[in-house]
Design a protein around this ligand. Structure first.
Ligand code: IMP
Length: 425
């Protein structure tokens, strides 16, 4: 398929990094369309672990071109750190990494405001990653944001920075009583950053549309997950961008008619980081057991993830709002630690049964899952390379997910390494 969108179908951390890494062996270009360094992709190749926050994991495939799209918010320090680490590890980004001139910049005051906003929310805090994401998108939508293209004109950059610093320092100092941010240090740092990334800046819409016209294949990579989408997630406990498949079109400047298929990445159980509703969340001691078994600690913040049973209501919702064509089911091996496995097939709240995910946060909060219980397989499955190698109980679990979502599972991940994977189609 010339253009595929890979989208997280839950609350992020579904294992998209590994799936994108596998798929990009077969594509020419991987283009990330939203978010920033709040994401964290872990890719393990022959035991060597690489964690990326901004650059798509496609950079580890030597012939793949990687794009950072216009819908992203870019933290210069993180980007340079990733480029340096990749180059130290022998992975060159020259001629293979391009950044949209329309992407917005994360500024130091965004990170400060992110923390201060959380502090103000007290017990209602979102549980943000602290990477400045919300404040950067706020500036974008209030039309005062600073973009990569602004760096190319130092006078304009200085002007925009001055206006922003004055406004932000007023908030930081007068409202929150925290020390003001030094304008000169920012100015010099960002102009230096520009000198380094200048050769990488491109009009990615032109680049991608030309590439598609020439018959090249593009994988559009979403970060976070469907239920963290600013419109389609569990608002207000969401991120500030569009991880859903529609975000690819907006964030990359390609038309909807150019998208051929959407692969939903879905974990064999559910996790979420930060606050907000989570109907199938485990109680203790299961929560700790699964967190340890699945290594469920954030790649970006190291925070412990909340864990729960697979939720088919959410999977159906993700199918609908993303137009998922097939699933990549991840971390199936982690369920080997459980004697029995539950799947949530519907919710009940206020005497009503919900087959579809309710859109009102007040209702979601009160939803009680309706479970089916399936026997587990209680043995390691990391060596399985074909569906037939899986225990019958694991095969039944996959079939049940397919029935409940009316979508096939095309890829099954049975371990963190690139080769611990079953590819069906
Ligand atoms: P922000 O994106 O830092 O503003 O955080 C908003 C919410 O999204 C918080 O609950 C975060 O924990 C969550 N979040 C942001 N990025 C990710 C991610 O990559 N994986 C999982 N959760 C995330």
């Amino acid at each position: 398929m010339p253009t595929t969108v890979v989208v997280g179908a839950q609350w992020g951390d579904e294992g998209k990094g590994k799936i994108v890494d596998l798929m990009c062996a077969h594509v020419d270009i991987v283009a990330r369309y939203q978010g920033g360094a709040n994401a964290g992709h872990t890719v393990v190749i022959e035991g060597k672990k690489t964690i990326l926050h901004l650059i798509p994991s496609g950079i580890l495939q030597k012939d793949c071109v990687c794009i950072l799209g216009a819908g992203m918010v870019i933290d210069p320090a993180k980007l340079l750190e990733e480029i340096d680490n990749l180059e130290k590890g022998g992975v060159s980004v020259v001629g293979r990494l391009f950044i949209s001139h329309q992407a917005h910049l994360i500024m130091p005051y965004h990170k400060v405001l992110d923390e201060l906003n959380e502090r103000d929310l007290g017990s209602k805090a979102i549980g943000v990653t602290g990477r400045g994401i919300g404040p950067a998108y706020t500036d974008k939508y209030t039309r005062v944001g600073i973009r990569i293209v602004d760096l190319l004109d130092p006078e304009l950059f200085r002007e925009k920075l001055d206006a922003n610093i004055t406004a932000k320092n007023r908030l930081i100092n007068e409202l929150h009583h925290e020390p003001v941010i030094d304008r000169d240090a920012i100015l010099n740092y960002y102009l230096d950053f520009d000198r380094r990334i200048d050769p990488l800046v491109k009009d990615v819409s032109v680049y991608l549309n030309d590439a598609l016209d020439q018959g090249k294949t593009v994988l559009c990579e979403g970060a976070q997950g469907t239920l963290l989408d600013i419109d389609w997630g569990t608002y207000p406990y969401v991120t500030s961008s569009h991880p859903t498949a529609g975000g690819a079109v907006i964030g990359l400047g390609i038309g909807p008619t150019r998208i051929d298929t959407v692969v939903g990445v879905i974990k064999a159980y559910t996790t979420r980081v930060g606050s907000g509703p989570f109907p199938t969340e485990f109680d203790q001691p299961l929560a700790d057991q699964m967190r340890e078994a699945g290594g469920e600690f954030g790649a970006t913040t190291g925070r412990a993830r909340r864990c729960g049973w697979f939720d088919a209501v959410i999977a159906r919702y993700s199918t609908r709002v993303n137009g998922v064509g097939s699933w990549a089911l991840t971390k199936l091996d982690v369920l080997s630690v459980l004697p029995n496995i539950k799947i949530c097939v519907a919710y009940e709240a206020g005497g009503k049964r919900f087959e579809q995910f309710p859109s009102e946060s007040k209702v979601i909060k009160d939803c009680v899952p309706v479970y089916e219980e399936w026997p587990g397989w209680s043995k390691p499955i990391n060596d399985a390379r074909r569906v037939e190698d899986l225990p019958i109980e694991a095969r039944r679990y996959i079939e049940r997910i397919e029935e409940l979502t009316a979508r096939p599972v095309g890829i099954i991940s049975v371990g963190s390494d690139r080769n611990e994977t079953i590819i069906r189609n």
